[in-house]
Design a protein. Structure first.
Length: 189
């Protein structure tokens, strides 16, 4: 566990040192790589996180695919239980600042989806490794959500967030691919 905390701190510090221009440029390259993936092109239902802070920015991608694909986004339903659900997003105007200051659908626009029809999900993370292991922010929200979801799971990160090895725990959910600003990697275990 301490090993994960060290990795999390180091990579968050690195990510937080990026300038706004670097985040914009790198995020655009990550999104171009995702848009070029056959799995993404074929997907009809896409689950995608709504980025905040220095995360790879997903706002432009979400806006560009709404109306062309069914877009599902996470919503915190219970902070105590650390629970996320997926909700269908139909218009950017349906969002407002939600839990932790992250954009989420307003209550009247929450359209719960159980995730069994997801073709591809774009998964945030602080770190990923070449085996598909992931480190998030440490609360387990996303691991619990990913366990319920169908489809291909794609970790989304800047290239420096992909490292050789992350300690894996039983509750951790691996991703199938990783998309960065420099490459798209298929995990073969």
């Amino acid at each position: 566990m301490q090993e994960k905390q060290k990795i999390r701190k180091k990579l968050l510090d690195l990510r937080n040192s990026l300038s706004a221009a670097e985040i914009f440029e790198r995020s655009n390259q990550v999104m171009a790589n995702i848009l070029g993936m056959d799995d993404f092109k074929k997907a009809e239902v896409v689950a995608v996180y709504i980025s905040f802070g220095t995360e790879v920015n997903t706002h432009g991608l979400i806006r560009s695919i709404m109306g062309k694909k069914k877009v599902l986004v996470p919503v915190v339903t219970d902070k105590e239980k650390k629970e996320l659900i997926l909700s269908e997003l139909r218009d950017w105007k349906e969002l407002s600042s939600g839990s932790y200051g992250i954009l989420e659908p307003k209550k009247e626009f929450v359209r719960k989806n159980d995730g069994d029809e997801v073709d591809i999900s774009l998964v945030p993370g602080v770190a990923f490794d070449v085996y598909g292991n992931r480190i998030g922010y440490g609360s387990g929200y996303y691991d619990r959500l990913l366990k319920k979801m169908a489809g291909i799971k794609v970790g989304v990160a800047y290239d420096f967030q992909v490292i050789d090895k992350i300690p894996n725990e039983g509750h951790d959910v691996r991703v199938d691919k990783i998309a960065t600003d420099k490459f798209v990697m298929t995990i073969s275990i």
